[in-house]
Ligand binder design. Structure first.
Ligand code: FES
Length: 168
């Protein structure tokens, strides 16, 4: 990890701690604290759940239930690039499964997994609201439409080029 990334991580964790402190002095919601933890760490670690549980007076079991309810929260670290393939009906009937299979093959991970270098997470999601563009893939929230097996290589090549630029 580069020094810049370390600094960003430290700043994000600091921001999350500040948000926790602010919570003592104003009304806030459990969801926003969980979102802050997710944004700060890239997932919601056990220690954040401990903090939040103590602060809001909600049991850890209840907090785990909420975390697992929302797709946007994760209990395990996600990759730097989160590649999400929509498996909603419109995308599914246009061949989203083939896109998933090609991504799995090229990334060497299964849907739901993160690569060991923490560069990639591959996941399947429900309709993202861009059905006319299906099959739809998003990378860190940026949407790519009309995907197919052949376009997977182009997409991964462009991500790898981004990664090279960041390293330089
Ligand atoms: S079904 Fe994929 S965007 Fe709606």
């Amino acid at each position: 990890m580069s020094k810049t990334n370390n600094n960003n991580g430290e700043n994000q964790i600091k921001n999350f701690k500040i948000e926790l402190i602010h919570y003592r002095h104003r009304d806030n919601t459990l969801i926003s604290l969980l979102q802050s933890a997710q944004d700060s760490y890239g997932y919601i670690p056990e220690k954040a759940i401990d903090y939040i549980s103590e602060m809001v007076g909600i049991s850890e079991a209840d907090i785990y239930s909420i975390i697992t309810f929302y797709n946007s929260f994760s209990l395990v670290p996600k990759g730097k690039y989160v590649i999400s393939v929509c498996m909603g009906t419109a995308c599914h009937v246009r061949g989203a499964q083939f896109v998933v299979e090609e991504l799995e093959r090229q990334l060497g991970i299964r849907a739901g997994e993160t690569s060991s270098d923490l560069n990639f997470t591959l996941e399947t999601v429900n309709c993202v609201g861009a059905c006319a563009l299906g099959p739809v893939v998003s990378v860190n929230g940026e949407v790519y439409g009309q995907m197919n097996r052949d376009k997977v290589s182009t997409l991964l090549d462009s991500i790898k080029k981004d990664m090279e630029v960041e390293v330089k």
